[in-house]
Design a protein around this ligand. Structure first.
Ligand code: ATP
Ligand code: LTN
Length: 334
């Protein structure tokens, strides 16, 4: 039995680049265990991706690549609905309605908006600002109970809850108020070179992240270069030892050990050996995923079929919920 049962589970990932170890430990790795005892939808959030400029050909490829990763970690299209956001038009429609129940003040408090608008100062578009409303629409459109996400998405999830409650208060019970599902370990993997910021797939310095599909040699090289500190003690102290603590967190998440247990494993170890052990553990965990990914990614016929069936199943649910919302706000239903 998984930790959760008999719930509708919903999550999404943007196809903005090859996924990192952060995406894997914070989100992707946790999805498959949920699909046996729950009703799961896993979406490829390509509409969200347009908030930052994308090359069209590359975006198309990245959609296939993300779907292949969903399958490579063990998501089964017979058990879970795997689909592409833009193929279910109800997302855009509900998003518009929810925009009218969201305040500028709450949107401007979102740390991801502040962060992304400072990184993309030449393109602070309205989509980047209203991004959390589209995310709320994704979740609420399926009356989702539980949303597995990394720590950085907690604020957006809280906004989705607020929007749902606000709407329900005006129109009566319409949406399920969703719960976040954030793991204790691995929910916030930091950059290997700058451990005060999160590991992100859109980072320009490739030594900051580990990609899920990177070969062992590259993974080992990046861990070898990872920033530690001038002490010589493997001790968990995120404030004073962010580099070492991040590596401990990665090791603990991969091996399912607490930070105290990780401290015990590496008591008296030299930093060089510690970093190599973390690298090996990560490479061992990612290798089977990479092998399955490589076998899947060029099978376009299979991938297109999975998307087609997924979108049909998702649309069926979305259609019913949107009709209900239309009825509530005073629009004809169909
Ligand atoms: P981008 O860099 O393009 O903004 P991202 O790497 O932050 O993207 P998303 O597609 O936005 O990735 O996130 C997918 C999932 O991975 C989300 O649930 C998010 O919380 C989780 N996630 C992203 N980065 C990390 C991280 N460093 N540690 C743990 N979880 C993470
Ligand atoms: N904003 C999320 C991706 C995302 C999402 C969602 C996650 C879009 N829609 C719905 C959970 C539920 C991110 O990870 N940046």
């Amino acid at each position: 039995m998984s930790e959760i049962s008999n719930k509708r589970i919903y999550s999404a990932i943007q196809p903005t680049g090859m996924l990192t170890l952060g995406n894997y430990l914070g989100a992707l790795r946790r999805f498959p265990a949920l699909q046996d005892d729950n009703d799961c939808l896993f979406c490829i959030a390509n509409m969200h991706s347009l908030t930052v400029r994308q090359d069209p050909e590359q975006l198309r490829e990245r959609i296939y690549s993300l779907l292949s990763l969903y399958l490579a970690v063990g998501l089964d299209p017979e058990k879970s609905i795997l689909y592409l956001q833009s193929q279910v038009h109800e997302h855009a429609e509900l998003s518009w309605i929810l925009n009218c129940y969201t305040y500028l003040g709450e949107l401007s408090r979102m740390t991801q908006f502040k962060d992304k608008s400072s990184r993309h100062a030449d393109n602070i578009n309205a989509g980047l600002f209203t991004y959390p409303v589209l995310m709320a629409a994704d979740i609420l459109l399926y009356r989702s109970d539980v949303v597995p996400i990394g720590d950085d998405q907690k604020q957006h999830l809280e906004m989705a809850r607020d929007i749902a409650e606000r709407f329900n208060k005006v129109y009566g019970d319409t949406f399920v108020v969703p719960q976040p599902f954030i793991s204790r370990q691995g929910a916030r993997i930091m950059s290997l070179q700058e451990p005060d910021k999160k590991m992100s797939k859109s980072d320009t310095n490739v030594n900051n992240f580990i990609l899920i599909t990177e070969p062992r040699e590259v993974i080992m090289k990046k861990f070898k270069k990872a920033v530690t500190d001038s002490e010589a003690e493997v001790r968990f102290d995120p404030e004073h030892k962010p580099g070492v603590s991040n590596l401990m967190n990665i090791y603990g998440a991969v091996k399912e050990l607490s930070s105290e247990e990780v401290e015990n494993v590496f008591r008296g170890a030299r930093y060089g050996d510690f970093k190599m052990a973390v690298g090996e553990a990560v490479a061992d965990a990612l290798e089977p995923v990479r092998e399955r990914y490589e076998a899947l990614v060029s099978d376009r016929a299979l991938l297109d079929k999975v998307l087609k069936t997924g979108s049909e199943k998702a649309s069926e649910i979305a259609r019913g919920v949107l009709a209900d919302v239309y009825g509530k706000v005073g629009f004809p239903r169909g």
